[in-house]
Design a protein around this ligand. Structure first.
Ligand SMILES: Cc1cc2nc3c(=O)[nH]c(=O)nc-3n(C[C@H](O)[C@H](O)[C@H](O)COP(=O)(O)OP(=O)(O)OC[C@H]3O[C@@H](n4cnc5c(N)ncnc54)[C@H](O)[C@@H]3O)c2cc1C
Length: 648
């Protein structure tokens, strides 16, 4: 039965069946479901049936409810939601619901003393805390249940726990082959298959070959080109092993946590400022961490902005980007975008520094500039009013080791310890109080403006490539690092001799086939530092690259020409090609008005697709889903010929 109402609220019967399929019901697929539900409940849709296809617990995506509680979300509890609110513009009707924080409290979840979240006795959850991803999974699955129950009053809902292997056109619609041998027929498809697993690259195959030779000497020698799933990939690590972790970002933090906390180790408070001491369980391996930079992402500062607070940009604004695009069509990140970002960051930096140095309220900052004859944004002149050592130093932020010369690993280790400790101290001051953390938070708060520069090949080809190669990871390092508690844990593990991260910048790794070990060695010191490991875990999220994707569905869609990789001229940043309405573009360049793709599968034409919706900030994830679902409803209306017959 398809129910629809006309603008006067009369029930209509649609002329035909309209079957919709969501392939992949992680957070992005769930947002599509949420939007369809909101339209169905408020205005009605002519959708007769919805297939929800996902082999995992529906709703959760990578945030599986059964993972251990030590694996944390990287966003504070009050800043995660799956529901839209009145700030969401052009996404359709708003049916409000609880944020992750509100839901967790409503459901009676509390922290136990040993760091678990349970329903029952314990400490209250705080809105600024980082909750376990398992709890996020439960929230998302709860939302899935809520939407499907509500939608089942309007159309048939079929949820199938399997993955799609093939999608073929048939009679103007599609046939989808599932792994469980079922075939489903559908008119419309949402591709929200999320994070990908890629085929091994030539370099990785070479590594695997050397590893298999090394296994003759050391049968435990193991290489993983992805850390996930942690439980599987790290299960064979023993206490007498040495594990090399390539990368010092969020995934590395997961691996470290899995091999310490999950092995029974405990972090105890050393003092009231949050410094920690690690008590080993004796079951943890020795960890070697190395990365291109040699140091970790900056710690996420204590949130002082509540659930919805954001810096309101003055210079790096949507209006400015729009006028730049009118002037240049394609932008150059270094020439046109970065200068605006730096002006915006310095505005915030010097405002906060003014408070810190002169002990006056922020509201007097403009007066202070006027009285010194400084006209905004002449930050170079403003800087001279502050002690040299405290001035905004972008060069140092880009490259903290610039100008440092390390003779040996001990010198680097000492530098690293101070560098992390300083960063941690700033993080503890908070994202409103610390000038540097407030300035870096600008990057997070203006992410939509940056997206407007980058999305759909907004940067010219060379600049796009340079931006992704160089700047994107630097901006991530500065703005979206791990919770500060994780950084404190890294220091405690270095102190305890469990974690070694003294390889400096640009270290190298090779397989010592004769010894049956990985060899990690420094290249940045006069005296070489080297260490050996039994495991090598590449701790980075794999990028979505259509032509490298392991998934049979992606392979078959590429082969059939249903999708094609996105190209900015000849540069391929990853992701599949879509138009600004999220309709996929096929190999011949035709847009398909019945298939939409969103989320990480389209990370390339879109930028920064992998964050969860946030309340109160006109969430991009919700807007994108709203746009897709409105596109779907428009297509259905077209097929209905805009004619409705009165319900009899
Ligand atoms: C380990 C990890 C931690 C993260 N932590 C955070 C965080 O703290 N905060 C944050 O904002 N973001 C985080 N992210 C980013 C993450 O991208 C988003 O939170 C979110 O999960 C993206 O949702 P998605 O639906 O696009 O993708 P996914 O979460 O990957 O979901 C995709 C779904 O599609 C299904 N699927 C795949 N292929 C098929 C197929 N052929 N047929 C049917 N179903 C299929 C999968 O089973 C999965 O359920 C994290 C990512 C990872 C990998």
């Amino acid at each position: 039965m398809c129910k629809k109402t006309d603008p006067e609220g009369r029930k209509m019967i649609s002329k035909s069946q309209h079957v919709v399929t969501i392939l992949g019901v992680g957070p992005r697929g769930l947002s599509i479901l949420e939007r369809i539900n909101a339209f169905a409940a408020t205005r009605g849709t002519a959708i007769s049936k919805i297939y929800l296809i996902d082999p995992s617990v529906p709703g959760c995506g990578v945030h599986m409810p059964e993972q251990p509680d030590h694996l944390l979300i990287n966003t504070v509890a009050s800043q995660v939601t799956i529901f839209p609110d009145d700030t969401c513009r052009n996404s359709g009707p708003v049916l409000p619901g609880p944020s992750l924080y509100d839901w967790s409290r409503e459901q009676g979840y509390r922290w136990t003393e040993d760091g678990h979240i349970i329903r029952g006795e314990g400490r209250d959850i705080d809105q600024n805390e980082y909750l376990p991803r398992a709890l996020l999974g439960k929230y998302l699955h709860w939302a899935f249940d809520k939407f499907t129950k509500s939608l089942s009053e309007h159309c048939e809902i079929v949820s199938i726990a399997s993955d799609a292997l093939e999608l073929n056109e048939k009679n103007g619609g599609y046939l989808i082959e599932l792994r469980n041998k079922q075939t489903i027929e559908t008119d419309f498809v949402f591709l929200t298959t999320g994070h990908s697993e890629n085929e091994y690259s030539a370099k990785e195959l070479e590594m695997l070959d050397l590893v298999s030779q090394g296994q003759k000497k050391n049968p435990d020698l193991s290489y993983f080109n992805s850390a996930y799933p942690l439980a599987r990939n790290l299960s064979t690590v023993r206490r007498d092993h040495v594990v090399a972790i390539e990368g010092f970002g969020l995934t590395a933090m997961d691996v470290i946590s899995e091999l310490t906390i999950n092995r029974g180790g405990k972090f105890q408070q050393r003092n009231t400022s949050g410094d920690l001491v690690y008590e080993p369980s004796g079951n943890e391996p020795k960890l070697l961490v190395y990365s291109r930079d040699g140091f970790p992402l900056s710690a996420r500062a204590t949130n002082q902005k509540g659930a919805t607070g954001q810096h309101q940009a003055v210079y790096f604004t949507m209006a400015k980007v729009k006028s730049l695009k009118e002037q240049y069509q394609k932008l150059d990140f270094e020439q046109q975008v970065l200068p605006l970002i730096l002006i915006e960051m310095q505005l915030v930096y010097y405002r906060k520094l003014f408070v810190q140095v002169f002990k006056k309220p922020e509201s007097e900052f403009s007066k202070f500039l006027n009285s010194n004859n400084i006209i905004e944004p002449d930050w170079a002149s403003a800087a001279l009013l502050f002690p040299e050592s405290l001035r905004f130093n972008w060069q140092k932020m880009l490259n903290p080791t610039e100008g440092c010369k390390f003779e040996n690993s001990t010198e680097f280790k000492n530098w690293l310890f101070d560098f992390i400790s300083d960063d941690l101290n700033e993080a503890r001051r908070g994202n409103e109080t610390s000038p540097i953390k407030a300035a870096c938070d600008v990057l997070r708060d203006t992410r939509d403006t940056l997206r407007a520069c980058v999305d759909f090949g907004g940067l010219n080809e060379e600049s796009h490539s340079h931006f992704l190669k160089i700047y994107s990871s630097i901006l991530n390092r500065l703005a979206v690092g791990p919770p500060k508690e994780r950084t404190a844990q890294v220091l405690a593990l270095i102190d305890a001799g469990i974690l070694q991260a003294d390889f400096g910048t640009l270290p190298q790794v090779r397989v010592d086939v004769v010894a049956g070990k990985f060899q990690i060695y420094s290249t940045a010191f006069s005296v070489k530092n080297e260490a050996h490991s039994d495991f090598l875990i590449v701790s980075r999220i794999q990028p979505n690259v259509a032509l490298a994707d392991k998934s049979p569905l992606m392979k078959s869609m590429v082969e059939l020409g249903t999708i094609r990789p996105f190209l900015n001229k000849s540069f391929c940043p990853g992701g599949i090609d879509i138009d600004p309405n999220f309709n996929v573009i096929d190999f011949q360049g035709r847009k398909n008005l019945s298939i939409w793709a969103l989320g990480t599968i389209a990370e390339g034409p879109k930028y920064y697709t992998f964050i969860l919706p946030r309340p109160g900030v006109n969430s991009t994830a919700i807007n994108d889903a709203g746009k897709c679902v409105q596109g779907l409803l428009a297509q259905i209306e077209l097929r209905e010929g805009n004619q409705y017959r009165k319900a009899s």
